[in-house]
Design a protein around this ligand. Structure first.
Ligand code: CO
Length: 134
């Protein structure tokens, strides 16, 4: 069902500092920041040869990243994203197997302009999993 690793997302308290860490210290290419109000985050993409890293900073009061950073003030790995061919088919198969889909269960448009869903971490080895249709 799942295909390639699309990205690993890391929550950071300070996106400028996170960008400097990846661009200047680690020598990677980092995109300009993009505000995603629907997801409560501002994001930059770190382009690596085989995948991407997303750095997420909270945007707005109800940001899910803000809660995460309360427990992880220095930042930390927030979720991993796997690619699927058909997100509705993947969702329905996972629901049949008893997995919980976060939110209302309907795909939203993610940072790459493609439909995404999030799966409950308690059903996936303690890891928040994002599925993205590519
Ligand atoms: Co993501």
């Amino acid at each position: 069902m799942i295909g390639r690793l699309n990205h690993v997302a890391i929550a950071v308290p300070d996106l400028e500092a996170g960008t400097a860490l990846y661009r200047d210290t680690l020598g990677a290419t980092v995109s300009a920041p993009q505000a995603l109000a629907e997801h409560g985050v501002t994001v930059v993409f770190v382009e690596l040869p085989n995948t991407k890293i997303e750095l997420l900073e909270p945007l707005g009061k109800d940001s899910p990243i803000a809660k995460f950073l309360t427990g992880n003030p220095a930042g930390g790995i927030h979720h991993i994203c796997y690619e699927v061919d058909d997100i509705l088919d993947a969702r329905d198969r996972l629901k049949e197997l008893g997995a919980r889909i976060l939110g209302d269960g309907e795909p939203k448009i993610g940072a790459h302009g493609k439909p995404v869903l999030f799966l409950h971490p308690k059903d996936f080895a303690g890891t928040l999993v994002e599925l993205e249709q590519v």
